[in-house]
Design a protein around this ligand. Structure first.
Ligand code: IPE
Ligand code: IPE
Ligand code: MG
Length: 240
């Protein structure tokens, strides 16, 4: 059943999810519907990402993780993969003024070693250049797979001399050890699956699926997802 959206249109600033993750899906279908190449969908998808990130910063969200490229996405055509990498390369550092104006700090999740060397260097530079901004932390999730992250975490733990390991301290070996668990996981584009996104961090995330294709997303769609989240009762295994 479809829920009616909140008439006031305003989320409760006191009860914001601390960490929101978005699987930005539907770029290819958005383009196909218009008889355009998939690349145009990705280009428009990037514009949507900027709108939504800006809204997240305006709302006062602390952490936002956006899934930009999965370890599985390498199996797309070489043309599509290069276009996606071109977009990353073109925008990452060029958006410095946008990050500055919105006080956004960039961080990264994924396997940098599997990326082209110049792109990996740009990611490092962008995270360093924005490290002092204290508003929204924007986690770029790129060349990322949830299982891959867990395996890399275990390798870090091994390298650290295999100290006692518990469910509570395992996070230290993850890509972003200081980021809290996901509270709200959003997926656009109609599919109802996780597709290997932040597996460890989303164990108790509230899930929000939207049929709207990612390039059609506006800031208000994020606000609506947050309002939906604010109506839910999170029990974490307890009785209410
Ligand atoms: C999401 O859109 C963007 C990436 C995976 C990089 P898709 O490219 O998966 O678009 P659809 O799902 O084919 O419509
Ligand atoms: C998930 O979307 C990955 C990103 C949004 C970056 P996909 O389009 O790759 O996921 P599947 O293949 O439909 O599961
Ligand atoms: Mg897809």
């Amino acid at each position: 059943m479809k829920k009616k959206s909140d008439a006031t249109g305003k989320e409760n600033a006191q009860r914001l999810p601390r960490h929101v993750g978005i699987i930005m899906d539907g770029n290819g279908r958005w383009a196909r519907k218009r008889g355009k190449p998939r690349s145009l969908g990705h280009k428009e998808g990037l514009e949507a990402a900027k709108r939504v990130v800006k809204t997240a910063a305006d709302i006062g969200l602390r952490y936002l993780s956006v899934f930009a490229f999965s370890t599985e996405n390498w199996s797309r055509t070489e043309k599509e993969v290069s276009y996606l990498m071109f977009l990353v390369k073109k925008h990452l550092r060029a958006e410095y003024e946008f990050y500055k104006a919105n006080n956004i700090r960039l961080v990264y999740s994924g396997d940098l070693t599997g990326l082209r060397r110049d792109i990996a260097a740009d990611i490092r530079a962008a995270t360093e250049e924005t490290a002092h901004f204290q508003g929204l932390t924007l986690n770029i999730v790129l060349n990322y797979g949830g299982r891959d992250e867990i395996v890399r975490a275990v390798k870090r733990w091994r390298k650290a001399g295999q100290p006692p390991l518990t469910e509570r301290n395992f996070y230290r070996y993850l890509d972003q050890p200081t980021m809290p668990d996901l509270d709200l996981l959003i997926r656009s584009g109609g599919e109802k699956r996780i597709s290997n996104f932040l597996l460890w961090q989303s164990s108790y995330a509230e899930l929000y699926f939207s049929d709207k294709l990612w390039p059609d997303w506006q800031g208000d769609d994020l606000r609506e997802a947050i309002r939906d989240f604010q109506k839910r009762e999170r029990r974490f295994g307890r009785v209410s």
